[in-house]
Structure formats: C-alpha cells, structure tokens
Design a protein around this ligand. Structure first.
Ligand SMILES: Cc1cc2nc3c(=O)[nH]c(=O)nc-3n(C[C@H](O)[C@H](O)[C@H](O)COP(=O)(O)OP(=O)(O)OC[C@H]3O[C@@H](n4cnc5c(N)ncnc54)[C@H](O)[C@@H]3O)c2cc1C
Length: 438
C-alpha cells in the first residue's frame, strides 16, 4: 500500500496502465506530504542525535604564566581565606594547593563540606545524592577538573536516559516514551558527587578546612586596627586576618554576612537580578515498582522544565530496592517547603495515589525529605532565572579592590547552576588571587 505512494509517476512497477495513472495522480497529491514526512523524520533523527550526545564541558586550562611562576608562591606570607566549602570553595583551595600556595584556610559554616553536594548512605542499598545528582554534560569533566591525578581516576557513571516516561495532567496519565530519544544525561553509578569531592579533592585541602565556622562579618576597609588586612569574624567571635578573601557562599544567604564597606551598588543589583527557587527532594521507598522511570507532572505541552517530577531513584543503579524521588525547584516549591516533613510526605503520597490509583499508600515503606530552603547556610536551590544575564554574571564574579573575590555556581557564565560550574569558578578565582599576589 505504501509503495505506490512513494513511487514516482514515471516508474512503472509492473502495474496496469490504468492503475499506474491512478497511482500517478495519487503520487502528485502525496509527494509533497512524503517530502514533509521525510524531512520531519530526518529532523527528528538529527535532533535526537544532537540532544542525546553528551554536552562537551570546557574546563578552562590553567593560566600558563602562573604555571611558569608557580614556585614563586611557595612560602608566600600572604594569607588567603576561602568562605564556604562547597564545590567552589573546595576547588579554590585545591587549585591553591596545586600552585604550592598553602597559606590559606577554608571557613565552612556547617559541620561538613560539600554545601549543596551531600549524600545519604543509610537509606537504600546504594548511596543517594541529596542535592546535585546529575552530571550535566560529558562525564569526562570529572577527570578534566582534577589537577593531581588525571590518569588514575576510574569513576563509573551511568547513561541516564529514562525509557518509560509518563505525564500526569488533568487527571490523565499519558505515555511520553518518545521523549527518551531526545534526552540523555549522566549520573554516578554506585557513588555520588559527594564521594567524588571526598575522594579526589578534600584530601588535598583537609588540613585547611575549618568547619562549624559561620562567617558573620568581613571588614575589608583596610582601616581596621591600623592594618591593611581583611578582618573576618566568625559567629563565635574568632577573628581571622587575610590579604585576600574568596567568597563562595550561596547568593540567598550572602546577606547574612555583614560587609564593611558594604558591597557596591552594581554587585547588589546583580544579586537582585538572580532568581533562586526553593529546592525540595523527597525519596519515597515502596515494596513494589508500580511507576515509570520518569513521571512528569504536566503543563500545557505535557512538560516544562521547572515543573516538579518524580523519577526512579535507582534507575540503572545496582540496587534491588524500589524508590521514587520527587524533585521540585518550581515557582510553587515554597508551598511545600513551608510545611513540615510529614505534611510534605502526605501531600506527595496523595499526588502519587491520584496518578497511580492508590498504589502509593498501599506500597509505601519509608521516606526521606531534603528541604534545601530550610538548610540555614544554603537557603534554596540554585540560580534559575536572570535579568540581564551577561551583565549580571560578570558583576557577580567581579572582584572588589583586589581584596574580595567571588566564586560559586552563580558566578560561572557558561556552566552556571551546576557542580562542575561551581568547581570551575573556584579554580578561576584562585588563579585570579594568585595573579594579583604576584
Ligand atoms: C536540589 C538540588 C539539585 C541539584 N541538582 C544538580 C545536579 O543534578 N547537577 C548539578 O551539576 N548541579 C545540581 N545542583 C546545583 C549544585 O548543587 C550547585 O550548583 C553547586 O553544588 C554549588 O556549589 P557552590 O560551591 O557554589 O555552593 P554551595 O555548595 O552552596 O557551597 C557554599 C558553602 O558555603 C557555606 N556557607 C554559607 N554561608 C556561610 C558563611 N556565612 N560562612 C561560612 N560558610 C558559609 C555553605 O554551608 C556551603 O557549604 C543542584 C542543587 C540543588 C539544591
């Protein structure tokens, strides 16, 4: 049936003259449609190939001049303080170590390093990323970021390409499995972002890490106690002196640290230009797998990139357990993050029961809620919307008076809002500090 439609009019594939004429007319009608269909298929194949190809992440190489001069920094008397031990702060310290600059400290407010990179090892039979989970690009970046053992790293990742995808909208659950041809990212197989930092970065900066030390004030006026040094005061009243400070704290909590003099108006404007939603992740374990690999909660076209969704927490991971993760950084997240954990769970179970005809209640075993808005030194998810993007990121990153330097996911113009972006920003800030020390 298809053959005549596809056959050009001047081809006679053993048909009678009359039927050939009919086919010839049909061909005239359908030829343009065939062409459109063909172009559509070709477009879809090209789109699929492009969208599922790992995004190459460019890690800027180290500064050549610094490499040539780096031994001059050994035994430098200058002191560098890094505020915050998330990916940006850790990589800033790691880079200083690489250049032989050991006269630095990392002040971290909480009792552990990692910031928005945290893990939970006692919930399932595989470790779980409580914050960042995806590797948003080619996993090669994990190697490219490392300076000390580029050749010896062996990290197992999985290709994260959910096969069964459904959308729940207007009370109906619809299959969107075709989406698998257009989406692929990566995750750690049996480890986490946290264990990556712990294994490959933290050992180099461990002795410089000072935990439980929220910085409350930074005086960089150069007028304090007749020294040009910067005075950094922690919550418990300790004072640290420094020549350079690298700030890596999340934007949401930046104002908790008093700065003297206060930040320039342009920097404050840039901070206001960034929208950071609340962030919520909830794991719900069941005794049966009754769900799809990814369950989107729809929008007009069935999916938009800030709508909350559920996904199989252990997809392609070596686990025998059944668990769904709820991921929400939508503009409405705060409606949930304002509730206590039990209320959040009950709302989500209700949602799932709606989608899966009461199966969530029936098969529920256990849960864990990670409410990022309530983390006192984090306060939200990650940069999600910007006014005047280029200007804003440039201003957020711009150092002040060769004294205050800035790093963090919100300052990296290309790989913003990611772990590797934060790491790159830390590396860049450290190099900038070293250049200014020369
Ligand atoms: C729910 C969620 C999911 C995410 N998913 C992904 C993902 O899949 N892939 C991805 O690449 N990225 C993801 N991200 C983003 C990623 O986690 C961040 O971009 C990155 O970890 C930020 O690193 P950072 O160093 O800039 O900030 P942080 O990790 O926030 O580190 C800042 C540190 O500063 C400390 N601090 C704050 N105030 C003070 C103070 N006054 N004194 C001293 N220390 C202070 C904090 O405790 C924290 O440790 C996700 C984030 C969230 C919240």
């Amino acid at each position: 049936k298809i053959m005549p439609v596809l056959a050009p009019a001047n081809l006679h594939l053993g048909c009678s003259a009359g039927s050939c004429q009919r086919y010839s007319k049909l061909w005239k009608v359908f030829a343009p449609l065939n062409l459109i269909l063909l172009l559509f298929l070709l477009g879809a194949i090209i789109a699929s190939l492009m969208l599922t190809r790992p995004h190459e992440i460019w890690v800027p190489p180290l500064d050549d001049q610094l490499i040539a001069d780096y031994s001059s920094h050994l035994n430098s008397n200058d002191i560098i303080l890094i505020i915050g031990a998330g990916a940006a702060g850790l990589f800033a310290g790691y880079t200083l170590e690489y250049f032989g600059m050991t006269n630095y400290r990392i002040l971290e407010a909480s009792s552990d390093f990692g910031g928005r990179v945290q893990e939970m090892t006692n919930f399932l039979d595989v470790p779980i990323d409580l914050g960042a989970e995806w590797i948003h690009g080619d996993p090669k970046v994990l190697m490219d970021l490392l300076l000390f053992h580029n050749d010896t790293v062996d990290i197992e990742t999985i290709s994260y390409q959910p096969q069964t995808i459904t959308v729940f909208r207007n009370g109906r659950r619809t299959s969107r499995n075709w989406f698998r041809f257009f989406y692929r990212e990566f995750k750690f197989r049996n480890t986490t972002w946290y264990s990556y930092l712990k294994e490959y970065v933290v050992p180099y900066v461990q002795t410089k890490l000072i935990l439980n030390s929220p910085v409350m004030a930074i005086d960089y006026s150069g007028t304090h106690s007749n020294t040009s040094q910067i005075h950094v005061t922690t919550e418990d009243g300790r004072i640290f002196f420094a020549d350079k400070v690298i700030m890596t704290v999340p934007l949401v909590v930046m104002n908790n640290t008093q700065l003297f003099p206060e930040l320039p108006a342009t920097k404050r404007q840039a901070m206001e230009n960034v929208y950071i939603p609340s962030g919520l992740k909830v794991w719900i374990e069941f005794d049966e797998d009754f769900y799809s690999d990814m369950q989107l909660t729809g929008s007009l076209f069935g999916y938009n990139n800030d709508a909350p969704f559920f996904f199989d927490s252990v997809f392609r991971k070596p686990s025998s357990r059944h668990c769904l993760t709820y991921f929400d950084v939508s503009p409405n997240t705060h409606k949930l993050t304002g509730l206590d954990d039990d209320e959040i769970l009950s709302k989500l179970i209700q949602k799932l029961d709606n989608i899966f005809d009461g199966k969530a209640t029936h098969h529920y075993l256990n849960h864990h809620v990670q409410n990022w808005e309530k983390q006192p030194h984090i306060g939200g998810a990650y940069s999600f919307g910007w006014d005047n993007y280029d200007w804003t990121l440039r201003e957020l990153q711009r150092p002040i008076n060769k004294k205050l330097y800035f790093a963090g996911e919100h300052t990296e113009p290309v790989e913003v809002a990611t772990v590797h972006g934060a790491a790159i920003s830390g590396r860049q800030a450290a190099q900038e500090v070293l250049k200014d020390l020369q």
